[in-house]
Design a binder for this molecule. Sequence first.
Ligand SMILES: Nc1ncnc2c1ncn2[C@@H]1O[C@H](COP(=O)(O)OP(=O)(O)O)[C@@H](O)[C@H]1O
Ligand SMILES: [Mg+2]
Length: 447
Amino acid sequence: MRLSRYFLPVLKETPSEAQIASHRLMLRAGMIKQASAGIYSWLPLGYRVLRRIEQIVHEEQQKAGHIPMLMPTLQSADLWRESGRYDAYGPEMLRVRDRQDRDLLYGPTNEEMITDIFRSHVSSYRELPMTLYHIQWKFRDEVRPRFGVMRGREFLMKDGYNFDLTYEDAMHAYNRHLVSYLRTYERMGLQAIPMRAESGPIGGDDTHEFLVLAETGESEVFYDSEITELTFGERKIDYESREECQAVLEEFTSRYARTDDTHVDTEFEEQVPEERRRRARGIEVGQIFYFGTKYSEPMGATVVDDQGNHVPVHMGSHGIGVSRLLGAIIEANHDDNGIIWPEGVTPFHVGIVNLKQGDEAADLACEQLYNAVVEAGLEPLYDDRSERAGAKFATMDLIGLPWRITVGPRGLKNGVVELTSRRTGESEELTPDQAVTKVAQIYAGKL
Ligand SMILES: Nc1ncnc2c1ncn2[C@@H]1O[C@H](COP(=O)(O)OP(=O)(O)O)[C@@H](O)[C@H]1O
Ligand SMILES: [Mg+2]
């Protein structure tokens, strides 16, 4: 992409309505525009990151054996009357009526709809286990939408639903989700800690929320500091293996880590030595639930087991806040000059800055670099505008591409360009070929 042809409406002024860094930076970097309270348009740069995050979520879900699909945003109220949640959900649910006077709602979640799909098509235990998921827009008429995409009214969520014959099978699905979520967040450069939580309107027994520690987080959390030393890393996992998945659950959830809903002071003090007790704030980026037969029973989602009995299936639902993740990633990765994207989610892999647009040698070198980066399978953003160097650097720093290649007539006389890390600010002089090779190796995970 060439910046002169792109749509990147960066703001010079700090928007006064934004209270936290991620919201300010998303507005300043031209990633989103508010359409109305808690509802945003995703401008090209923001849309790119959103797509990258979705892609990672899809890949990790499918590695775990979960099946992608897509359900609509508008749902029939009748389904929700069957589960009893049409009245129970309250004013957070956006209700609409069509021209035939039928009650519809903009889905805040999809337990009813997926249960209806399941009961219509699945009747034998032989088709289990099954986990279906989608990534779809949700609407919740939040009392206080704020912090930009962090607490929106319309937001993008991955929600997945497992259907299993027994409690044990459903717990394996729960554990699979825990493992796949750990991997998902780590690929985005985030540490998200599973914490025991309260189940809320979905209802249920077992539930963990995944929290990214951040001062601006809305949740209060209490945890054993040892937990922040855990990483899933590059280890292999066999998702079919109950033992392996269970071991990961135990490793990541045996230490004290709870949100304020489930926190108990005396237990905290008993279980964690004083020097390891931490009280902090966090951003909820996901949640996993086991809720058993809460929906399958009232809605008649049963299968015939190997004895010929009709039994309601054991279910759970598992969500990732896809659009919220942009905010969480920026909260965890920024400095005074702007965003610092982790390589896994960056909108462009490398920025190319031409210090002297119109200079024949510099223009030619930039074109060649651009092509070489594309050849290497990466996406460059080339600042080919006739701006001063300072303005170009400021834009690159603001939008946070992890790597920048700077090209100027002076360096080119010695056959070199400059490769700069956004995170450390460190630069090195390399030939254009070396610079492209190095960036390619970084993204291939070899450096
Ligand atoms: N209003 C919102 N704006 C942005 N993301 C949200 C919002 N509400 C929930 N999410 C994200 O979706 C994920 C799954 O939703 P869920 O657990 O049902 O939400 P909640 O715990 O707020 O009821 C949450 O972990 C969070 O990351
Ligand atoms: Mg939640």
